[in-house]
Design a protein around this ligand. Structure first.
Ligand SMILES: [Mg+2]
Length: 286
């Protein structure tokens, strides 16, 4: 597409800017290993019960897993949490270590921003965790717009009040414009992308979309007639940890079936980033 001039760069978040699967895997498996060690309960049994909790709360990142895991209950909830404190600590330690942007992401974003591009991030993941990570990575203010979905924002009543230990500003975006695409909107619906492009004041022709899922991100871009870039380096399937995720995830049979039918489509990206995000700078028009 030579001669084009992309002014708006729209980015998927998880596994495009950072390795969500890796940070999930390392923190979850460290916690699971400790629960197994302390309780002596077989891993298979633990995994099955954990999956039921994730499904009930529609998330694979449930902050109150230990207190809801009946099989390890030993006395009061408080006593159980105290007993499994090392598991929570291992989880946090691993998360801190692995919650990092992919190499070159920050420099590439700064480069794009300084050449006058409008930067947009869109994710259908839980808003709470997205905002926390967005700020942790130092993206607040560097990215012009963040779009999240309202879906399953909180697993149950008062979840956010229980999870928050700092003042509410800590958990809010200060400088990036934070918008919602609405409830129950899922990739690869091209209407979502057209809505985002409209809201940021751009056009399909002047926009480029980057994401790690060929069948969700790139397909959405193609169907919206937007230049679709496949962040192949971030593809989650086949990574270590993906099998464990599948075993304990909240995904329903319906989700798995939907995923399977999407993969029957023949999707061709307009460009592929093989080694990493910085390759984006080599794209014609950027
Ligand atoms: Mg992704």
């Amino acid at each position: 597409m030579s001669g084009s001039d992309f002014r708006t760069v729209i980015l998927d978040f998880d596994n495009t800017l950072y390795d969500w699967v890796a940070q999930w895997y390392y923190s979850f498996s460290a916690m699971l290993g400790e629960i197994h060690r302390i309780s002596g309960i077989p891993l298979d049994v633990l995994k099955e019960q954990i999956r039921a909790i994730h499904q009930k709360h529609h998330t694979s990142e449930y902050a109150f897993l230990i207190e809801h895991l009946d099989i390890i209950r030993d006395g009061s909830v408080e006593a159980t949490i105290a007993k499994y404190r090392p598991a929570i600590e291992k989880f946090r330690e691993a998360r801190t270590k692995h919650l990092v942007l992919y190499p070159g992401v920050m420099d590439t974003l700064i480069n794009l921003r300084s050449s006058g591009k409008t930067l947009v991030v869109f994710t259908e993941s839980q808003t709470f965790y997205t905002v926390m990570r967005f700020k942790h990575f130092g993206l607040d203010g560097l990215i012009d717009f963040l779009f999240t979905s309202d879906d399953h924002e909180t697993p149950d009543n008062n979840y956010l009040e229980k999870i928050r230990s700092r003042p509410s500003e800590y958990y809010e975006i200060q400088n990036t414009k934070h918008r919602s695409v609405g409830k129950g909107r899922l990739k690869p619906d091209p209407a979502i992308l057209r809505q985002i492009i409209d809201e940021v004041g751009s056009t399909q022709r002047n926009s480029v979309y980057v994401g790690d899922s060929l069948y969700k991100d790139v397909l959405m871009a193609k169907e919206a007639r937007v230049f679709g870039v496949w962040a192949q380096y971030g593809e989650a399937r086949g990574q270590p940890g993906y099998d464990l995720l599948r075993e304990v995830s909240h995904w329903t049979d319906e989700d798995v079936e939907r995923d399977r039918s999407l993969k029957k489509r023949d999707v061709k990206a307009n460009a592929i980033l093989k080694t990493g995000f910085p390759e984006l700078l080599g794209l014609n028009g950027l």
